[in-house]
Ligand binder design. Structure first.
Ligand code: NAG
Ligand code: NAG
Ligand code: NAG
Ligand code: NAG
Ligand code: NAG
Length: 518
């Protein structure tokens, strides 16, 4: 199936969501962007902008568009086909017309007066239906101790970068606790199963249990409340939060309650022994599989609502007990069927990391078995490390399943100004030109944030994360000079750090010198 076919399949899902109250949604999303504007610039400067949301601005339902005009003594007009499109337009204006920079670590927001004129109506249409954000690991490396204030700033950053699809894993342990209690496990057993807060990312993927636990008793309530705030704000901008689904991992105590259950004990994960890893996986043909999966999703959707896209990773960095394609297909299908039993519109977001991480196991028959076990268009694959080792190019574009071209770039939140600039610049457009490409978006999936957030190089916007999010509204790569100047603005110390970066023939950055202050 070509890209058009995939988009058609996905468009069906859009139609089922296209409510009658479009103008109500437009007004709500515009109000969310006005709120962002006021938080960012303060009420006085915000009054210099006029923000509106008009669905009709987009030439197609999945082609988010923004339009800029005005300024130079009159209000700057920012119109978007959605809240996130309007916010992306606002960001474009602040960055390219005002020299501002909004980054993870802070912001430079000295506005010229009067606000510069947009000489001629500027319209930008994204080629990316989805602009995706977050790795399963990011919440553990970077967000675990955040309260609402920092989350609010992050969601504003997402909106400004036009992100419309994002993981929303917070608060899921409260739902799991409810499900396990319903199934007959007791509090002690559940407490022994969960990892501590900082390790939940790996607990959620079945890599770890128990390590650093138990969770504090205040955790469930506080995280649920936080998740309510997060989801409400994301949805107000028109973003789709991705909630978790059941991937098959169960606590050991499940076998006490259901001694007949068919479970497989997986191997240990990296250097952890079986006290902390070696997850139990419920067999796909066990009649309890759909029971647990549906119970969880129903409780979750009842609590938090749903946008119909769910995340689940079964074999992240853990080899399956069998490489038999029939086993892999059954395991995959069981996860999907438990989703669809609760939500007929369910789409499964899946990190393609395993294929890249262990190619000796994941040969074409194994990958094909997984990718073809779910109806086309109902899988949404993250090509997680596409800037270095893309998987789409060796799987005929994920055998017809839609995918998102993602830049991972850092492991464990490691710092350092480095990166494959040229691969990031050209990667998405190359993927779009791939024969029968099924690309439906681009994404950034850093394991940790707060690094490489350079704003501007020379006259145009570059630097790694800024580069990729800047590209999300472009069809073609940016033209590159061999040597560029990078201005890095840190919000914490409000000083400028001027660096000269060399971009060599391999498109790699090196740093010959840097000095503080300008
Ligand atoms: C939970 O069940 C285990 C196994 O039967 C038992 O040893 C433990 O005392 C129980 N804990 C509670 C709080 O009931
Ligand atoms: C498992 O690892 C932990 C921590 O590294 C260690 O304390 C414990 O003795 C190990 N258990 C076994 C059974 O090897
Ligand atoms: C248990 O599950 C495995 C893996 O799916 C399957 O091969 C096996 O036949 C099952 N055993 C029973 C007794 O159902
Ligand atoms: C692209 O898809 C068409 C139609 O299914 C098929 O005939 C063609 O071989 C595909 N091209 C490549 C390069 O896979
Ligand atoms: C480009 O720069 C990288 C990073 O500094 C370096 O490792 C690489 O050897 C350079 N390549 C060329 C062709 O100069």
């Amino acid at each position: 199936m070509g890209r058009a076919g995939v988009l058609q399949v996905l468009a069906l899902l859009l139609v089922s969501r296209a409510g009658a109250d479009v103008s109500g949604d437009e007004a709500r999303e515009a109000a969310a962007v006005r709120g962002l504007l006021t938080r960012l610039l303060g009420p006085r400067a915000a009054a210099g902008f006029s923000v509106s949301v008009e669905r009709a601005l987009a030439p197609a339902p999945d082609a988010d568009t923004y339009c800029l005009s005005g300024g130079g003594g009159t209000p700057v007009q920012v119109t978007g086909s959605s809240g996130v499109a309007a916010a992306a337009g606002l960001h474009r204006y602040l960055r390219d017309f005002c020299g501002c920079h909004v980054a993870w670590s802070g912001a430079q927001l000295r506005l010229p007066e009067p606000l510069p004129e947009v000489p001629k109506k500027l319209i930008e249409i994204t080629p990316n239906r989805y602009r995706y954000y977050l790795n399963i690991c990011t919440p553990s490396y970077s967000f675990v101790w955040w309260g609402w204030e920092r989350w609010e700033r992050e969601i504003d950053w997402m909106a400004l970068n036009g992100i419309n699809l994002v993981l929303a894993p917070v608060g899921q342990e409260a739902i799991w606790r409810r499900v396990y209690l319903t199934l007959g496990l007791n509090q002690t057993e559940i407490d022994e199963y969960f990892t501590g807060p900082a390790f939940l990312a790996w607990g959620r993927m079945g890599n770890l249990h128990t390590w650093g636990g138990p969770l504090p008793s205040s955790w469930d309530l506080k995280q649920s409340y936080l998740q309510y705030q997060i989801l409400e704000r994301m949805r107000s901008f028109g973003m789709k939060p991705v909630l978790p689904a059941f991937a098959g991992h169960i606590p050991k105590a499940f076998t006490r309650v259901f001694p007949q259950a068919n479970v497989t004990k997986l191997d240990n994960w990296i250097d952890f022994n079986c006290t902390y890893s070696c997850s139990y996986l419920l067999a796909p043909e066990d009649p309890l599989f759909p029971v647990v999966g549906s119970l969880f999703l129903r409780e979750l959707a009842k609590e938090f609502g749903t946008d119909h896209i769910y995340s689940a990773d079964i074999f992240n960095e853990m080899d399956p007990p069998s490489s038999n394609p029939a086993y892999l297909a059954a395991t995959t299908a069981a996860v999907y069927e438990a989703m669809v039993a609760v939500d007929v519109d369910a789409v499964w977001l899946f990190q393609g990391w395993l294929f890249q991480n262990h190619p000796d196991f994941w040969k074409p028959p194994q990958m094909k078995a997984v990718l073809e076990a779910v109806p086309r268009g109902r899988f949404l694959i993250l090509d997680l490390f596409a800037e270095s080792q893309p998987v789409y190019s060796r799987t005929n574009s994920f055998y017809g399943q839609p995918f998102i071209w993602c830049m991972l770039h850092n492991f464990g939140g490691n710092h350092g100004l480095f990166g494959v600039l040229d691969a990031v610049n050209r990667g998405p457009s190359t993927a779009r030109l791939f024969p029968n490409s099924t690309i439906v978006g681009t994404g950034i999936v850093p394991e940790g944030i707060n690094q490489n957030e350079a704003a501007k190089m020379g006259a145009s916007r570059k630097g790694l994360f800024a580069l990729l999010v800047g590209l999300m509204y472009r069809v073609k790569p940016l033209p590159f000079a061999q040597q560029q100047t990078l201005v890095w603005v840190t919000g914490e110390i409000r000083s400028h750090l001027l660096q000269t970066l060399l971009v060599n023939d391999s498109g790699l950055i090196s740093i010959p010198s840097f000095s503080f202050g300008i």
